[in-house]
Design a protein around this ligand. Sequence first.
Ligand SMILES: [Zn+2]
Length: 191
Amino acid sequence: MAFDPRETIRETVSQRACDHKGCSAEGAHRAPKSRSEPGQFHWFCLEHVREYNKSWNYFEGMSDAEVEDYRHNTNTWHRPTWGVTGKSQRTGHKYAIFEGIDDQYGLFRDGALGIDGLAARPAKRRVTGPVEKALRRLGLPSEATPQEVKFRYKELAKRFHPDLNGGNKEAEERLKRINEAYSYLLSAKHV
Ligand SMILES: [Zn+2]
């Protein structure tokens, strides 16, 4: 029988079990272990790679200051180092393209996985960490749309404007914090 390289690959893959504890399904899908272990991967079945990618947070374990540093020192904000991003033609949202994972299930199709939190479904953006904090400061839920963020910002900026508050210090301070949160969301391309 002639040598068929595809046979070899299939055998290699089928020998690998899903890394999820207690799961005996085939670990055919690759996912990065953590930021501190570049090039290290888990192998999961489809169900568990989905679950893993949903909870994967690049900024886990980083303090707010470290996240800020990261943001200032790189242009790859929100972009995982182990993949590349694309932009959905339909929603305009960024999404991750995962290296080494085939897309036979359409898992990584436009908008199937959003880059925000690495888990956004097309209808709902899920965010974590500093973006979520900034949204909360504006009194918004994490799934707020860019339109809702803009609207809310305008509303708050008006409400706490010094001219309408007789120079009230507290209002001034509130406005400052609102402005900070909003410029953060702008810089994180969340608005
Ligand atoms: Zn599994």
